[in-house]
Design a protein around this ligand. Structure first.
Ligand code: ATP
Length: 268
């Protein structure tokens, strides 16, 4: 699965001219992604925003190898996903990707410890006690190792999910509205943890969110409209993100604003 060396070694995720068309018959086709090209650098935190139906989930699913583009290519950690068979894709996801979902997706019958170590065991790797303990301590759950998810608050459950994502030391963690089910205070705690994982752990995180405050924790916010990246902001405040989202409603009807294509991060 190694293939030829990537021409963009600093990028952990790379999409080139990615289109995703849904719907069989010509008149019912939707371009959920309409020619997206972007590179996301290692050790960065990217938020993806946009109006409902703009293609955020599709972007995440294509970038994470959960869905295949209709055309274009996706590289993950230097691996071109297009030629991979389903089994190889599953293996790559297990080994190189962590996921954090809005609904936590923990196994209720398993303890915190067993939930956290599950991805390692699924990948046939023996959990190293010291490393696992370090991750559990890092998310502040050292005294909850033996608890079941049902005995934890929403914020604590999401911290278990973060530990589970971090434990395999994945090339990238994808978050789908990871703070969507949390109150403001707890959401901030979880976002701070994610920020720390990027800042101190060198983790790469890509997060879809509807929340300008959540997005303001990212290094870069990408804005999607009608399946295209139409704009970006670097280290923005929540107010700046909210303002851009307000404008996006208008851009959505005018189609993509070409002048607003992000530069810098090897986007083309
Ligand atoms: N499985 C599917 N079949 C048909 N159309 C789909 C499918 N999945 C998504 N779409 C369409 O593709 C477009 C983009 O959808 P997507 O879910 O990626 O948007 P989104 O920005 O994540 O939306 P939301 O914020 O509402 O979750 C929408 O028009 C949607 O209706």
């Amino acid at each position: 699965m190694n293939g030829t060396p990537s021409p963009h070694p600093q990028e952990v995720v790379r999409l080139d001219s990615v289109r995703k068309i849904y719907g069989g018959s010509r008149h019912h086709q939707v371009a959920a992604l309409d020619g997206v090209s972007i590179g996301l650098h290692r050790g960065t935190f990217t938020a993806v925003m946009g109006p409902s139906g703009s293609g955020k989930s599709t972007f995440l699913h294509c970038a994470a190898g959960l869905d295949r583009p209709t055309s274009g290519s996706v590289q993950l950690d230097g691996v071109d996903l297009s030629p991979l068979k389903e089994r190889e894709l599953t293996q790559l996801r297990r080994e190189r990707i962590g996921f954090i979902f809005q609904a936590f997706n923990l196994l209720p019958a398993l303890s915190v410890l067993d939930n956290v170590t599950l991805p390692l065991r699924l990948a046939g790797r023996r959990p190293k006690k010291a490393a696992v303990n370090e991750v559990i301590e890092r998310v502040g759950l050292a005294d909850k190792r033996g608890s079941r998810p049902g005995e934890l608050s929403g914020g604590q459950q999401q911290r278990v999910a973060i530990a589970r994502a971090l434990v395999t030391q994945p090339a990238v963690i994808f978050g789908d509205e990871p703070t969507g089910a949390l109150d403001t205070y707890t959401a901030r705690e979880v976002l701070t943890l994610l920020r720390e994982a990027v800042q101190w752990g060198g983790q790469t995180i890509v997060m879809v969110t509807h929340d300008p405050v959540a997005a303001s924790h990212a290094d870069r916010v990408l804005f999607l409209a009608d399946g295209r990246i139409v704009s970006h902001l670097d280290r923005p405040t929540a107010d700046q993100v909210a303002e851009r989202m307000t404008h996006l409603g208008a851009w959505g009807t005018e189609s993509a604003a070409p002048a607003a294509q992000p530069g810098g991060w090897t986007h083309r």
